[in-house]
Write a protein that binds this ligand. Structure first.
Ligand SMILES: [Zn+2]
Length: 1039
């Protein structure tokens, strides 16, 4: 069977004859948009020929060694014949497991790092910045994961001095811009001449935080307080006062250093409250119908419950933007430094009361596309000439309407069939893709799921292997299926491994499963084809038999070494042989130290924290892993990794494959079946059942004048425009930043079209289209009015987490603070009504932005504390890269719900309180959730009868700390609390393990680090201090 790779064919892959000569088919850019020209730095890949094939996916060059017979369990038949009858898949070195649409002349394979071009992103982000200072950070490391050709990080155009920001004095007054009301109410913050740091409140009112167990021993190293505000990188002359240097609270040294004259304590209620903003939006827009008929309309917050009716723009569930009004010119964009970005969740779940996407089938002709830019037919296209031609809204090219698509126009110039065609009237819809959009011009096979279980000593001993096998027996009945289909088309296969691999033949005709062992892991191949990937319904008996046997087969194992890369390779090879895409579910417990490709060693070195080399802790090892990632993406092989570590296992490297293949990493440290079993199973169930698309490639087109520059997500980028995802599920979001390359017009706005080509769970090739129209304005006040803080913070989180691969975390934090101050200063200068300089004035739509930004800087990735586990930090970094707006919002501002005072008769979840220790009370019970963790905090003096009704024990002292769920008790409090928890967990993509925390217990530390308005446990300012600091920065910028 020859597997020649993807063959490029029109229209997907070639320019339409006669209309320009774009080599890339998934939609080449219009000539006037300079692809490959990324504004600021030179592109490492810009010089490549525009369309190139990937080289062959790796495969063994010679014949693999024969499999070794199994030595396990007599119940498993050995079948020595198989290797002969089913030789390994031919060396699929056909020149080109190419992605779609590239003419076959690519000479080189660009670096894996392009998946999320890190330096490039930060650089271009920074290129917009006009504040001095961190441009010259000299930290390009040779181990940088970026291609060696990558541009140096943070090369900024030589900026004007910070004291002279390029803020235009233009009087863009907007009466609609409100000065942040609560701020004005309190005493002016940071009154002139008194540095805000001096305020006593940085410690006051937070007794347990300041003293006792939570404080780190003295000042952590690496954060010397330098004279300059940012560790000496800023020219000192720019700062006014002697106190200028201190970042509040600090990153170490913190508030303690910054004794200023004591000031009247500020009322914490006087600073903008996230919970209030959330409640206000819910009150104003909750329960309403949000129709998407207006361009540039700002949707309700992600936290608000609303129903969407698609009337021509994509639902905010699919696309959200940092602002819905783009500045008309690059100068304005540069001036305000508000990132212009959209966060796309192409497969977002649509609630039952909203209409699912229509599937449009244009038959053999395929979807209608602009000849020039390849944009798909959508409501933005303008029909002219009596309906015979249409003008593309993205590139302005005038196209003929194909004869079979012709329709008359009404007196308004609209097609009379407008409302009968989803692609003319809706923001989101799907097209059936023709063979031109398929690999090899062949319809794809249904995808496959391969379950790969580490059966080394740890996993056997913990009972994990048995747990997984038991669960799969029922879980496989719930594989995702096409709407209306009787059963799932997804095939399943099974592998177990320690330092060798065991494949299983589970063909339905067999009485017993058969095991094939591959012990030479250096050149992985799949020893059987027929019978490895099967339909679960058909092979149920054999599979259940296998799942019963696996735990017993390995019950006496002493093997503690494992391999990892060969396991992934085996999965890819199996999918390759079956000519399908799919997903690997890998359950792994230890760092792979066995002799094999991809062998890892412990490189955890916390001495690097807060040094120039800290970035190496986040950087994955390359080599084998890099190639493996490419192989996975080329085959449409998504990897989901479930890890159960007892110690360091190099998550930065192991987790890198999932995060470039649209997969997820799930981590259960020190797994104990009683405590973590249910938590893990809930994650596994959701992961197996969730809907997704495979072998996906996405392109974001824009109308003229701007273009996508930087892209973050669980994605792979082989060139600068095609976003490849081996799979994309309902929770994965891609964040795309835009830059101007021309002037935008207020009249035509800024239009976005996200087109995602993918293989459905039943094996159909489809295109999913999301369109969104934004406004453009030459008034910055419009931009600020249309901002969305939650989307902004999603962008900043991903861009910062990407930047730590190349920059010291300290530099990244400095940039974040600078940009925060700059965005707010620009508003103050250009949009706010005149007021005393001592007043902090924030744009209404961004008034809680500082609390999120401060919270972001206190996350484990950016805080730079030696107390934190390297794997935890790497894990956190990787998991955030694919989060949507809803998930980053709750992560950075957790919900703290008072439980003791809840109205048990009410159906609703009680309103949250501010995330600060001040809101806790000794007699209270609070629930805290951030989408990843769930805590139930119990005050020391909480009433025994409440404890009794929730836990069925007489007092706090009787409570077991290991309790992972609430007992099901028949009383109003118990029922209500359990229903709240259930409502919360259903809302989140991951299951959350409930942790019970008693006030003043050791475990309270874990809980407290989520109280994001307080001073950070591992460094980082309180919200109040940060706000004061930012305020002072703003004032500096304005003088
Ligand atoms: Zn066009």
């Amino acid at each position: 069977m020859s597997q020649q790779g993807y063959v490029a064919t029109p229209p997907y892959s070639q320019a339409q004859p006669g209309m320009g000569s774009y080599p890339t088919g998934f939609g080449a850019p219009p000539p006037q948009s300079h692809y490959g020209h990324y504004g600021a730095p030179p592109q490492p890949f810009g010089s490549q020929p525009a369309g190139m094939l990937k080289p062959a996916a790796s495969s063994p060059s010679g014949m693999p060694p024969p499999p070794v017979s199994s030595q396990y369990g007599s119940s498993v038949q050995q079948n020595g014949a198989h290797p002969q009858s089913f030789p390994p898949p031919p060396a699929v070195s056909a020149p080109g497991m190419s992605p779609y649409g590239q003419p076959p002349q690519r000479p080189t394979y660009p670096s894996m790092a392009q998946a999320t071009p890190p330096t490039q992103q930060m650089t271009s982000q920074m290129s917009a910045m006009s504040i001095g200072g961190y441009g010259q950070s000299p930290m390009q490391s040779p181990q940088s994961p970026t291609s060696s050709a990558a541009p140096p990080p943070f090369q900024m155009p030589s900026p004007p001095a910070m004291g002279h920001p390029p803020l235009s004095p233009a009087g863009l007054q907007s009466p609609a811009m409100s000065a942040c009301p609560p701020m004005a109410a309190g005493p002016p913050m940071g009154a002139t001449g008194v540095p805000p740091m001096g305020m006593p409140n940085s410690q006051a009112g937070l007794p347990p935080m300041g003293g006792g167990g939570f404080q780190q021993p003295a000042g952590p190293q690496g954060f010397p307080q330098q004279p300059g505000p940012y560790g000496g990188q800023m020219p000192g002359s720019q700062m006014a006062g002697p106190q200028a240097g201190a970042f509040p609270g600090g990153f170490p040294g913190g508030a303690a250093h910054m004794a200023g004259p004591p000031q009247k304590k500020l009322d914490p209620d006087s600073i903008p409250s996230t919970t209030q903003v959330i409640e206000d939006d819910q009150a104003k827009r909750g329960g309403q119908l949000y129709t998407t008929n207006l361009r540039g309309q700002v949707p309700p917050l992600v936290t608000t419950n609303f129903t969407v009716q698609d009337q021509g723009n994509a639902s905010p569930r699919f696309m959200r933007c940092t602002t819905y009004s783009f500045p008309c010119t690059a100068d304005l964009a540069k001036q305000c430094q508000v990132p212009l970005a959209t966060i796309i969740k192409p497969f977002a779940k649509v609630p039952k009361n909203e209409t699912p996407l229509y599937l449009v089938n244009h038959g053999e002709a395929g979807p209608i596309r602009c000849n020039r830019c390849k944009a798909y037919m959508c409501p933005f296209m303008l029909f002219i000439d009596g309906g015979r031609r249409y003008q593309c809204a993205f590139c302005n090219c005038v196209n003929e309407v194909p004869v079979q698509y012709f329709q008359h126009l009404d007196h308004m110039g609209r097609r009379v069939d407008l409302y009968e065609r989803p692609e003319l009237s809706l923001g989101s819809y799907e097209f059936t893709a023709t063979l031109d959009y398929c690999k090899n011009n062949k319809p794809p096979n249904p995808p496959a799921y391969i379950f790969m279980i580490d059966v080394s000593y740890n996993n056997i001993k913990s009972g994990l292997v048995k747990l997984i096998c038991e669960e799969l027996k029922t879980l496989l009945d719930r594989l995702p299926k096409e709407e209306g289909a009787e059963s799932s088309a997804i095939k399943v296969g099974f592998v177990t491994y320690n330092k060798i691999l065991h494949f299983y033949n589970v063909k339905s005709a067999l009485a017993q499963p058969q095991m094939m062992v591959v012990s030479d892991v250096a050149e992985m191949f799949v020893p059987l084809l027929d019978g490895f990937l099967v339909n679960f319904q058909e092979s149920r008996a054999v599979i259940n038999n296998l799942l019963d046997q696996i735990p017993d087969m390995f019950a006496d194992t002493n093997e503690s070494e494992t391999v990892f890369a060969p396991v992934v390779q085996a999965g890819v090879e199996a999918l390759k042989a079956a000519e399908c895409s799919g997903k690997l579910f890998i359950f792994h417990s230890s760092i792979p130290t066995a002799e094999a490709p991809g062998k890892l060693k412990n490189r955890d070195d916390r001495k690097l924290v807060n040094t120039e080399k800290e970035k190496t802790l986040f950087q994955p090892l390359r080599g084998v892993y890099e190639q493996l990632t490419k192989d996975c993406v080329a085959q449409g092989c998504c990897v989901d990794l479930f890890v159960f570590p007892n110690q360091y296992m190099d998550i930065a490297t192991m987790g890198n494959i999932p995060t470039h293949t649209g997969g997820s990493v799930y981590k259960y440290s020190n797994f104990q079946i009683q405590v973590d079993g249910e938590h893990f199973l809930n994650d596994l169930r959701r992961d197996v059942e969730k809907s997704l698309g495979f072998d996906a490639i996405m392109r974001v087109r824009t109308s003229t004048g701007f273009r996508a520059t930087d892209i973050f997500g669980a994605i792979y980028m082989n060139n600068t425009t095609d976003i490849e995802m081996a799979a994309v599920d309902c929770d994965k979001a891609v964040t795309v930043e835009f830059k101007h390359d021309d002037t935008l017009s207020e009249e035509s706005g800024a239009l976005l079209q996200c087109a995602l080509l993918y293989t459905s769970i039943s094996g159909q090739r489809r295109l999913r289209i999301h369109n969104l129209g934004l406004n453009c304005s030459s008034q910055l006040s419009e931009l600020y009015k249309s901002c969305e803080t939650d989307a902004l913070i999603n962008f900043f989180a991903k861009s910062a987490y990407n930047a730590v691969l190349n920059q010291p975390v300290k530099t990244v934090r400095e940039i974040l603070v600078k940009q925060t101050a700059h965005m707010l200063a620009c508003y103050r200068k250009n949009c706010a009504s005149p007021s005393a300089a001592s007043q902090l004035i924030l744009p209404d739509a961004m008034k809680v932005f500082p609390v999120y930004m401060n919270s972001l800087m206190k996350t484990s990735v950016l805080v730079g504390s030696t107390e934190l586990s390297t794997d935890d930090r790497a894990f956190h970094r990787l998991s955030v890269m694919s989060l949507g707006v809803e998930e980053t919002q709750i992560l950075l501002y957790p919900r703290l719900i008072p439980v003791h005072s809840m109205d048990v008769a009410s159906e609703v979840v009680p309103a949250a309180v501010r995330c600060s220790e001040e809101r806790l009370s000794e007699t209270g019970v609070f629930l805290l959730e951030n989408g990843q963790s769930l805590f139930l905090w119990l005050g020391q003096a909480c009433p025994p009868d409440l404890i009794q009704s929730l836990f069925n024990v007489p007092s706090l002292a009787h409570l077991s700390p290991d309790m992972a769920s609430l007992p099901e008790l028949e009383n109003a409090h118990s029922t209500k609390l359990r229903s709240i928890i259930s409502a919360i967990t259903q809302q989140r993509p991951n299951s959350m393990k409930m942790v019970i925390v008693k006030q003043k217990d050791r475990s309270e530390m874990l809980f407290r680090q989520h109280l994001v308005e307080d001073k950070g446990l591992h460094g980082g300012a309180s919200y109040m201090d940060f706000l004061c600091y930012v305020h002072r920065e703003i004032r500096q910028l304005l003088t």
